[in-house]
Ligand binder design. Structure first.
Ligand SMILES: Nc1ncnc2c1ncn2[C@@H]1O[C@H](COP(=O)(O)OP(=O)(O)OP(=O)(O)O)[C@@H](O)[C@H]1O
Length: 278
C-alpha cells in the first residue's frame, strides 16, 4: 500500500510537503495533539551515491511502541540518525508532532524537544554512583535550573526516586556505575534518558549482550515505558520483539518492506526471503 495515496493516511502538519521550504521551527514545543507524533515521508539519504534510505515513509503514533527490524545495512541506524539530526536527508520531510521540522533543527534542539536516543553501548559515568548518574542526566537537561552543587529540590528528588523504581535500580543506587552488570548499566542509561522526560525514545539493540533474565526484565521495562511515551526499538532478537508486542516495521534496502504485527510480517514471503529465512 502506498501511504501517499492512502485515504487512511494520518493528518499531516500544515505545509507538510517537500516543496514547503518555509516552516516555523519552535524548538522545545511539541504539538502532539494529533494521533501521530513522528512523520517521516519520502526520506532519502545517499552516501557516495549509495542510498542508505530510499524514499522511506514511516509514521509513529503518540504512545506507540514500534519495533524496527531488518537485515544488516537495511538503514536502521541511518533512520535513527535522521530522526535525531545527526544525518540530514537529501530529500523528504521529517516532523516531530505538528510543527517541529526535524530537518531544520540541530541535534541538541531535537533532544530538547523531547527525542531521546540510546546507543547500543552503555555510556554511563562509571565512577559516579547510580544516583549521581541520574542527577547528572537531569542537570544536563537545560530546562532544569541549577549547578552541580545546587541542592536538589523536592521535585527533582521525586523524579530521581521514581526513575530508580522504574528501572529497578533502587537497591544499587549508591554503587558506582562501573560496578554494575551490563544489563544494569543499560537500564541506568535508559533511566538517564528518562530524566530528560522524552516524548519519543529511540533504543538501538537494547538487549544485545544481555542474559535471558535481563532480556525479560528489559522487555517488561520497555512495555511499561510505552504507556507514557512513544518508543522506537531497533532489534534483531525476534523473541524479544515478540515479547514487546508492538507493531513491527521491516526495513530493507532503505525502505519499508512490510509493516504490521510480528505474526503478520513473519509470514510475509518477502520478509522471509530477505531477513527471517536466513
Ligand atoms: N557514513 C556513512 N558513509 C557511507 N556509507 C554509510 C554510512 N553510514 C551508513 N552507510 C551505509 O548505509 C547502509 C545502511 O547502514 P545502516 O548502518 O543504517 O544499516 P543498519 O540497518 O543499521 O545495519 P546494522 O543492522 O548492521 O546495524 C549500509 O550499507 C552502510 O554501509
Amino acid at each position: 500500500m502506498d501511504l501517499r495515496t492512502d485515504p487512511q493516511r494520518p493528518p499531516l502538519p500544515p505545509g507538510f510537503a517537500p516543496s514547503a521550504s518555509v516552516h516555523p521551527v519552535l524548538p522545545g514545543v511539541l504539538d502532539a495533539s494529533h494521533r501521530v507524533i513522528l512523520y517521516l515521508e519520502g526520506i532519502t539519504v545517499t552516501f557516495d551515491g549509495f542510498r542508505a534510505l530510499n524514499a522511506l515513509t514511516l509514521y509513529i503514533d503518540a504512545g506507540e511502541l514500534r519495533c524496527v527490524i531488518g537485515p544488516n545495512g537495511a538503514g536502521k541506524t541511518t533512520l535513527m540518525d535522521v530522526i535525531t539530526g545527526k544525518t540530514r536527508p537529501d530529500t523528504g520531510t521529517a516532523f516531530f508532532g505538528q510543527s517541529l521540522d526535524l530537518t531544520r533543527m540541530s541535534e541538541p534542539e531535537i533532544a530538547d524537544a523531547g527525542i531521546g536516543r540510546k546507543f547500543q553501548k552503555p555510556t554511563v559515568f562509571e565512577r559516579h554512583t547510580v544516583l549521581e548518574n541520574l542527577e547528572l542526566a537531569m542537570k544536563a537537561d537545560k530546562r532544569v535550573r541549577g549547578t552541580l552543587r545546587a541542592r536538589l529540590d523536592g521535585e527533582a528528588r521525586d523524579r530521581i526516586a521514581e526513575t530508580l523504581a522504574v528501572v529497578r535500580l533502587g537497591q544499587v543506587a549508591h554503587r558506582p556505575a562501573g560496578t554494575l552488570s551490563h544489563g544494569q548499566k543499560q537500564w541506568l542509561e535508559i533511566g538517564m534518558l528518562l530524566m530528560q522526560q522524552p516524548k519519543l525514545l529511540l533504543l538501538d539493540e537494547p538487549v544485545a549482550g544481555m542474559t535471558d533474565e535481563e532480556r525479560e526484565r528489559t522487555a517488561e521495562l520497555i512495555v511499561a515505558l510505552s504507556s507514557e511515551r512513544s518508543l522506537m526499538v531497533v532489534e534483531h532478537d525476534m523473541d524479544f520483539v515478540a515479547r514487546l508486542g508492538g507493531k513491527v516495521t521491516v526495513l530493507h534496502e532503505g525502505a519499508v518492506l512490510a509493516e504490521g504485527p510480528l505474526e503478520q510480517v513473519q509470514q510475509d514471503p518477502r520478509v522471509i526471503e530477505v531477513y527471517l529465512g536466513r
